[in-house]
Design a protein. Structure first.
Length: 265
């Protein structure tokens, strides 16, 4: 205390204290400026986030957003990133849009809440439909199929030749034929057994377009449907050609059999 009083009592001491205070203030200012500059740099550093590519309507599931490419990856300054912004597409699974999300909006945990619903409607969109087909063990591989598998659907019918008027020619004999009706079908749920007319059947729920679902339902009601398992990866496309006794035993080109039955394409 006495030392400080002596410093303030002399002109030189006062000047020295003033210089020390100025140096200290300058040091504090420099430190603040460094920290401010670092914070500005950090807030301007780019961060990768997911944003809506187009309008994502309320109720759209994260699975659909991911599978239909309804989002795009965007690089934005850290300071502009919303709280809970989603940066990993895998995080979309099991979520659902709580409100409409507009083009360019960031996808966040608040806008895409975790869903507890197991409804199949969360896994289809647009012209996609979920349809259940009754298949037996011999034709449907029901003991081996699991949700997430992909199959090709074939249908067998007894067919009569069709005339130019589009009507079956009753004078011709029926001919058994088999043809691919829907390729690469996603299995939505594992088969569950049920007993009905004609013996034990299994209910196989599949994802198709509305047109494919109508074709498959007709085939299940009026013919015999086969489910053929596809490989998990690098599956080649199945042949769309018609199969008959003539194509198997006699080597007749499938197109000739097709035209003989009245096919116009």
């Amino acid at each position: 205390m006495q030392f400080a009083q002596r410093l303030f009592s002399t002109r030189g001491g006062t000047i020295a204290l003033s210089i020390m205070a100025a140096v200290l203030a300058a040091a504090i200012l420099v430190t603040y400026l460094h920290r401010y500059r670092d914070s500005v740099r950090a807030s301007g550093a780019p961060v990768t986030v997911l944003v809506a590519k187009g309008l994502i309507e309320k109720g759209t599931s994260g699975d659909i957003i991911a599978s239909q490419d309804l989002y795009q990856v965007s690089s934005q300054p850290r300071g502009e990133i919303s709280d809970g912004a989603i940066t990993d597409p895998a995080t979309l699974k099991g979520r659902i849009a709580e409100a409409d999300i507009y083009p360019g909006e960031q996808l966040t945990a608040e806008k895409l809440a975790v869903s507890t619903s197991t409804s199949l409607s969360n896994r289809i969109s647009g012209d996609e439909r979920a349809v259940t087909l009754p298949l037996d063990g011999a034709h449907g591989m029901v003991a081996q199929l699991e949700a997430g598998d992909h199959i090709d659907l074939y249908a067998g019918f007894n067919v009569q030749a069709v005339g130019h008027n589009g009507q079956a020619d009753s004078a011709t004999a029926t001919k058994p034929v088999l043809k691919l009706i829907v390729p690469d079908v996603l299995v939505l749920s594992s088969p569950t057994s049920s007993s009905g007319v004609g013996g034990s059947k299994s209910q196989l729920t599949l994802k198709m377009t509305d047109k494919e679902a109508a074709d498959a339902a007709f085939a299940a009601d009026n013919g015999v449907v086969w489910a053929v398992l596809r490989p998990r990866a690098s599956a080649s496309e199945p042949s769309p050609d018609i199969v008959s006794v003539e194509t198997i035993l006699l080597g007749v080109p499938p197109v000739k059999v097709y035209h003989a039955l009245g096919g116009q394409k």
